[in-house]
Every structure is written in C-alpha cells, then in structure tokens.
Design a protein around this ligand. Structure first.
Ligand SMILES: NC(=O)c1ccc[n+]([C@@H]2O[C@H](COP(=O)([O-])OP(=O)(O)OC[C@H]3O[C@@H](n4cnc5c(N)ncnc54)[C@H](OP(=O)(O)O)[C@@H]3O)[C@@H](O)[C@H]2O)c1
Length: 267
C-alpha cells in the first residue's frame, strides 16, 4: 500500500500518517516544515511503516509534479491533500477599513487552492495509469475543504472562498472520476484541535480531537463518501444560514467573536 499525504508535519496530515503507519505501508509525506515532517516520518517508521519525507512547498507546481511522479512509484493507492493555512482579519485601519491584507489573501488562495491543485493533477495523472483493484478502483483522493466553505464568513473571507472552491471542484468532479476508477472525497468539517486553531481567541463550538477527525476522514475516504461532514449540526446550521439573505446572515455573523478584527491571527 502506497499512500501520499501533504501537510504531514502537523495536525490532520500527521494524524492520518500515524493512523495509517504499519508494516507493508509506504507513506510519501510532504510539508514545507522540515522539523515536524521528520518527526512524523520517524514516528511512522517506529510503527513499522516505510516513510519517505520530502520537504516541499505545495505552491511549487513543478516541484510537486516531480515529487509525485517519483513518489507514486508502481502504484499510488491513496492521497490525502491536507496542506493548508488559515487566518482572520487584521486590526481596524486608521481610516476604519477592515480588510484582509492583500498578500495574505493571495497566499491563502495560492496555498489552499492552487497548492491543492498542484497536488491533485499529478496524483490523478499517476492514478489514471494504474489498473483497477479488486474494489474496481484505481485510487482514492481525499481533499481537506472546510465547513467554512459553506458560508460567506466575514471573519475569514479568503479562507471561506478557498475552501468553497475546493469543495465545489472536488464534488463536481467526483462522479466522472469515480466512473474512471478514481474516488474523490471532500472533507467539510468544523473545528479540529490542531496547531491551526490553537491561537484562536474565541470559543470553538463542536471542536473535535485530531484523532476523532482522522477516524472520520479515513472512514469516509474508504467508503468512497463524496463529502465527509462533521459535526453534522454545525454543517446543517451553516447550510441554513447560507439560505438567508446575505444582509441577514451578516447581521448575525458580525456579532460573533470569531468575526472581529484581530479575533484570530492574520499572520
Ligand atoms: N483544524 C481545523 O479546525 C480545520 C477545519 C477544517 C479544515 N481544516 C483543513 O485541514 C487541513 C489540515 O489542517 P490542520 O488543522 O491539520 O493544520 P496544521 O496543523 O496547521 O497542518 C497543516 C500543515 O500544512 C502545512 N503547510 C502550510 N502551507 C504549506 C505549503 N505551502 N506547502 C506545504 N505545506 C504547507 C502547515 O505548515 P505551517 O505550520 O507552516 O502552516 C502545516 O504543517 C488544512 O487544509 C485546513 O484548512 C482544518
């Protein structure tokens, strides 16, 4: 079994690697954070897996293509696309304007959207050349979107936009790629207790542990679920909020601590 994971230095990516690590499993691990990545790889090796860490920025299109062409080897069974960043609003400017910094917005879209596509296409190219297995599959691809992609959340506009685009792209392609033997799963979850949310300065309703998130993501991917959602009540609430006229939804959202300027790090 050969499995590829991006964002493997931390959080959900590392959790998936550790959950999957066992004898007979090769783990192709990538992140731009060398220390964390090596630590994940060491722990996977200790569990009997064969971990191959590669320090790489997901925004490097050619670098990702070259890495995946090698990492796929003779067969790539699964790929988990976890590399991503988040961020909120900066403090109010002197003239009263509250807007994410342009560089941060571009970084968010480059990492979460383009970086994921830089992984997705080479993975599809590798998988399409493989024979179908006894489940009639060539491979599985799981992409980390977010419940934030279901709403126009004023506290994290570019994060919401990047995750909405990812979820739509994956779910919209799931049927046709499924017919070609490549199973696609989009994960739209709420808060997971990882480094990504550690600096949030507000209560996080429905926060789940990394272990629980990893179990749900893995189960959904193995079952070929097109969209994995949790917690269900948060996703349902978000879906309902998005049916409201934007001004009405915004009237509620702007009262939330997480939507305040400097409510979460803007890096
Ligand atoms: N935690 C949540 O509540 C939550 C909820 C819904 C969806 N998600 C999504 O789940 C995924 C994993 O999140 P997580 O909570 O596990 O976060 P995490 O602990 O911060 O792990 C993400 C990893 O990806 C790395 N990364 C960032 N930009 C990269 C790049 N350009 N190239 C390669 N690696 C890069 C991060 O490095 P740095 O530490 O340097 O950023 C980090 O090591 C993300 O896509 C996130 O948006 C998370």
């Amino acid at each position: 079994m050969n499995i590829l994971i991006t964002g493997a230095a931390s959080g959900i990516g590392r959790g998936l690697a550790l959950k999957l690590a066992r004898p007979g499993v090769s783990l192709q691990l990538c992140d731009h954070v060398a220390d964390g990545l090596m630590k994940t790889a060491r722990r996977c090796d200790e569990q009997g897996a064969h971990a191959v860490p590669t320090v790489l920025d997901a925004r490097d299109r050619q670098g990702m293509a070259d890495w995946i062409a090698t990492a796929a080897g003779e067969r790539l069974d699964m790929a988990f696309l976890c590399a991503g960043i988040t961020g909120g609003l900066p403090p109010e400017a002197e003239d009263g304007l509250v807007l994410e910094r342009e560089e941060r917005v571009r970084e968010m879209l480059d990492t979460n959207l383009t970086g994921t596509l830089n992984t997705f296409f080479p993975v599809v190219n590798a998988m399409r050349q493989q024979k179908r297995n006894d489940e009639n599959l060539r491979g599985r691809i799981c992409v980390m979107a977010s419940v934030a992609g279901f709403v126009c959340y004023p506290g994290t506009p570019s994060y919401s936009a990047s995750k909405a685009a990812l979820d739509r792209f994956i779910v919209a392609n799931a049927s046709r790629l499924g017919n070609s033997g490549i199973s696609l799963t989009s994960v739209c979850c709420g808060f997971v207790d990882t480094a990504m949310v550690k600096q949030n300065r507000f209560a996080m309703p429905g926060l789940v542990s990394t272990e629980e998130a990893v179990s749900r993501i893995l189960r959904g991917t193995l079952r070929q679920t097109r969209r994995v959602i949790f917690p269900a009540w948060l996703v349902l609430g978000s879906r309902l909020m998005d049916l409201l006229p934007p001004r009405l939804a915004d009237w509620y959202y702007v009262t939330q601590p997480s939507a305040q300027p400097a409510g979460m790090p803007d890096f």
